[in-house]
Design a binder for this molecule. Structure first.
Ligand code: SF4
Length: 440
């Protein structure tokens, strides 16, 4: 009888893609996915270490999941991913009921690990600088869109970030492997792929760069849309911008983390660029891609951030008018360089700045979306709307779009939606036509 596998995923898209990879690897070994941890033989929690509250949630969840082991002796409870790497020793003391701890470079061994009888907990957090999981197929949860990891690890060492320490050094997935994995997905009906990497535009192979990768993926018949996340500002080149602008399948949406608009904060963060360089890059991107949707990450209250530094970030939000932003208050992460520095912005002040920033960005997001009223958006239909009787999909700019229609659209269909209303996070409208592929 197949053994039942339950996977719970926390954190970023890289973790979602890794969970899919693990599921595929274990299904090939006759594990069968289940939605219920209570009936699973193996429970894996794929964890995130980026923020402390992500780890706190996992500790609580592990204690809950451990309850199932009492009713199901022999059940294996494993922690995989970034927190496994970050807190490997701590997990065994704080959660002794965890049976295995496996870091992001050891997933290929998971099958062997799970199929081997053990009397003691098993830990495998060795880094492997060449592991890019070649030969393991990416998967799609909805059959229409999918992640394809093209680059793993990070060499940037931003002083607030744990990623380089838990995911290891940067390495690119070979072009042929990216194409193979994407073709597998398209043969299964996937129409849109998102190429993933911690600094995805740092992808390289000999003299090929990320723009070449985008162009090559775009040659795959049947694939309609290509997205990518997250690029690093310092890794954009004119050649990559040209590839974005001249490859119609590449969607006009760029998530470009800024973090702060103060040069002194950017320097302390070791971001590798100034605000002026970021401004110039945005100007170049917008000149090359006129309908660009630009989103960002912003971090307030970093070590030494003054009121004036924060005012510069507020001014940048007004100036650059992002479509949307992920905004956070800084919290020190053990294992990072900034952890040893004086975390000198009081928590209440961090939260005050964050509130101001969120309020301003939400107002801008609402204005930017309102400016699209009357426009036609090409939407990939992904399912019924969560509320009401409309349908839901993403625009080319990756905006949530909810629309009404007189018919039942096919999932995966591209339709034109005329926008007549919006919120800060969603475009609302009605279907006016099925997209003629020749128009795209
Ligand atoms: S670029 Fe900086 S923030 Fe992004 S993953 Fe690398 S170290 Fe972390």
């Amino acid at each position: 009888m197949p053994r039942k596998l339950y996977i719970e995923t926390y954190g970023c898209q890289m973790n979602v893609a890794d969970s899919q990879l693990i599921a595929g690897e274990l299904e090939a070994l006759e594990f069968e996915l289940t939605e219920s941890p209570a009936e699973a033989d193996v429970v894996l929690v794929n964890t995130c270490a980026i923020r402390e509250n992500a780890e706190t949630r996992v500790w609580g969840r592990l204690a809950q999941l451990a309850e199932h082991k009492r009713h199901r002796p022999g059940q294996t409870l494993g922690v995989v991913g970034c927190m496994a790497q970050h807190l490997r020793d701590h997990i065994q003391t704080k959660a002794p009921y965890v049976d295995l701890v496996v870091g992001p470079d050891a997933y290929r061994r998971l099958g062997d690990i799970l199929l081997t009888e053990r009397d003691a907990p098993y830990v495998d957090v060795a880094f492997n600088r060449s592991e890019v999981y070649e030969g393991l197929d990416p998967r799609s949860d909805n059959g229409l869109t999918a992640f394809v990891t093209v680059e793993r690890g990070c060499d940037k060492f931003c002083t607030f970030c744990i990623v380089p320490y838990v995911r290891g050094r940067e390495r690119s997935v070979p072009l042929d492997e990216v194409l193979r994995g994407t073709r597998v997905l398209v043969e299964q009906g996937v129409r849109e792929v998102t190429l993933l990497g911690q600094t995805v535009n740092a992808w390289r192979q000999d003299d090929l760069h990320f723009g070449d990768l985008l162009r090559a993926v775009a040659t795959i018949d049947g694939l309609e849309r290509i997205r990518f996340t997250s690029p690093h500002p310092a890794e954009f080149t004119p050649a990559i911008i040209d590839a974005l602008a001249s490859t119609p399948k590449v969607m006009p949406a760029v998530h470009l983390p800024l973090q702060s608009a103060s040069d002194s904060v950017l320097e302390r963060m070791n971001r590798g660029h100034t605000y002026a360089a970021y401004q110039a890059l945005v100007a170049d991107l917008r000149a090359a891609i006129p309908d660009l949707c630009l989103t960002t990450d912003l971090l307030v209250g970093f070590v030494g951030e003054t009121e004036d530094d924060f005012a510069q970030t507020m001014a940048a939000v007004d100036e650059l008018r992002f479509d949307a932003a992920f905004m956070f208050a800084y919290s020190a992460r053990s294992g990072t360089r900034a952890h040893d520095w004086d975390d000198d912005v009081p928590q209440a002040e961090k939260l005050r700045r964050l509130e101001l920033l969120i309020a301003r960005q939400e107002a801008i997001s609402a204005e930017v979306n309102a400016a699209r009223h009357g426009a036609r958006e090409e939407v990939l239909v992904e399912g019924p709307a969560k509320r009401g009787d409309g349908w839901w999909g993403r625009s080319r700019g990756f905006k949530n779009t909810v629309f009404s229609t007189d018919r039942t659209p096919t999932l995966g269909e591209l339709v034109w939606v005329e926008v007549d209303n919006s919120t800060a996070h969603t475009l609302l409208g009605r279907e006016v036509a099925v997209v003629d592929a020749a128009l795209v």
